[in-house]
Design a protein around this ligand. Structure first.
Ligand SMILES: [Zn+2]
Ligand SMILES: [Zn+2]
Length: 127
């Protein structure tokens, strides 16, 4: 019984660490752009990193992975609500622009299908 209790505590500890590290993975910064994913995002860290890369650097056709499943049955899409913060786009404050948008990607071939901007405004972020 005591052994069970100890392993339960250990499990709880592992879960806690996983949750804390998962929360950190919701923010990606590449160059002068920060992408913030929702806390409840169902995407994996790899998919978030990929979306961040696609949004910031654009789609690179040469690296598009060919997926037979998508060709036959269509894309397996997932839509995610994200915030994109472009830093220091203005010379005077508020200097940074925040854009809230829905992005739709295929979780199988990892192609960025669609982006839909909901709102865009300037924020006080960088000095
Ligand atoms: Zn696909
Ligand atoms: Zn900023």
């Amino acid at each position: 019984m005591k052994k069970l209790f100890v392993s339960l505590i250990a499990l709880l500890f592992v879960l806690l660490i996983t949750i804390t590290s998962a929360a950190r993975e919701n923010i990606y910064t590449i160059n002068d752009v920060t992408i913030v994913f929702s806390e409840t995002s169902s995407l994996s860290d790899e998919q978030k990193a990929l979306i961040s890369h696609l949004i910031i650097n654009g789609t690179d056709n040469s690296s598009t992975t060919y997926n037979l499943m998508c060709t036959l049955f269509g894309h397996n899409t997932a839509t995610e609500n994200i915030s994109v913060i472009e830093h220091c786009v203005n010379d005077t404050p508020p200097r940074c622009r925040k854009t809230v948008q829905d992005v739709t990607m295929c979780t199988r071939c990892e192609e960025l299908i669609d982006t839909h901007i909901i709102t865009s405004y300037y924020i006080n972020c960088c000095e």
